[in-house]
Design a protein around this ligand. Structure first.
Ligand code: NDP
Length: 286
């Protein structure tokens, strides 16, 4: 059998560190002769037709990122209970012959893996987009009391009703604070202007998680670290969801340290061009 393809579908996707991380994991487990992981740039308009052709193009599975996670769930023939509850999937797996598409959401358990012990009894989530839904579902499933704040309150209220958590007008103290907004991604100086928090407020949280990652780290975690909070960064979250996806496709435990090293050193490598999904001679990731 030829090389089986894996990949990440997004728009844009050039920034994704998943190819470097997943190909390093495949090499470390001796599976690089069996699978290769690549970036696949797909517009929202082309998403459904592209996914329909992936199995025939030799793909065993794909990750799905912004803005396709809801569409991915909608296209699946089988979906995990977690993906259905969250309303989004980040991992698709293709049946060998039968046209089956299985959808999973590894963002949710990946967050819990990254948090480790102790499991928080309460959580304050900032944001109400796709990643906030995954975080709220994951934390709620552990029995934690979960509160959600969002810039657009209506969206937080909808999330709260859908997932059985509480929408709040402003952040409340909790064991863990999870930033699921995109604040801090492009301009660190905006962090404490756009979020409803002062740096002193960070003292109300034993642990702070920032899903945003950027070279040099984020302002939120820099301030949290200074206040003695335990910090979990967005790259650890990326690694943990990727590790779960790797295990779903290959059936093997993922080599976490190898994936961490690859994810953290990716910024020093030149960006690879994106490959259209139909080409077999495209770049196979990093
Ligand atoms: P969505 O687009 O679904 O949601 C974006 C969220 O950010 C919304 O809650 C939005 O609020 C909020 N937001 C955007 N701009 C501002 C602002 N200026 N002030 C306050 N709130 C703002 O994105 P996702 O949930 O998919 O992802 C959110 C971020 O998490 C991404 O930008 C990415 O950096 C990161 N991420 C990291 C992952 C990882 O593996 N580490 C995985 C997924 C995401 P509103 O509803 O009011 O617009």
């Amino acid at each position: 059998m030829g090389l089986r393809r894996l990949g990440v579908l997004g728009w844009p996707v050039a920034h994704s560190r998943s190819p470097a991380m997943q190909n390093a994991a495949l090499a470390a487990t001796g599976l690089d002769g069996e699978y290769a992981y690549e970036r696949v740039a797909v517009t929202p308009e082309d998403f459904a037709a592209t996914v329909a052709g992936l199995a025939a193009a030799g793909f065993a599975g794909v990750n799905v990122t912004i803005p396709h996670k809801e569409a991915a769930l909608a296209l699946a023939t089988h979906a995990s209970a977690d993906a259905r509850a969250i309303g989004a999937a980040n991992t698709l797996t293709f049946g060998a012959q039968d046209g089956a598409i299985r959808a999973d959401n590894t963002d949710a358990p990946g967050l819990l893996d990254a948090l480790g012990e102790p499991v928080p009894r309460s959580a304050m989530i900032l944001g109400a987009g796709g990643s906030a839904r995954a975080a709220a579902h994951a934390l709620r499933s552990t029995g934690a009391a979960v509160a959600v704040w969002n810039r657009s309150p209506e969206r937080a209220r909808r999330l709260a009703v859908d997932l059985g958590v509480a929408a709040v007008d402003g952040p409340v103290g909790a064991d863990v604070l999870v930033n699921c907004t995109s604040v801090g991604l492009h301009d660190p100086a905006e962090t404490f202007k756009s979020l409803p928090l002062t740096t002193d407020d960070l003292g109300r949280y034993a642990c702070v998680v920032d899903l945003v990652y950027r070279d040099g780290g984020t302002e939120l975690l820099r301030q949290a670290e200074q206040r003695g909070c335990r910090c979990v960064d967005g790259l650890e979250i990326l690694v943990r969801q990727g590790a779960r996806s790797f295990q779903i496709w290959t059936g093997r435990p993922a080599p976490l340290d190898v994936m961490r090293r690859a994810a953290r050193s990716e910024h020093s490598h030149p960006q690879l061009p994106e490959s259209p999904p139909g080409r077999r001679d495209g770049p196979a990731g990093a």
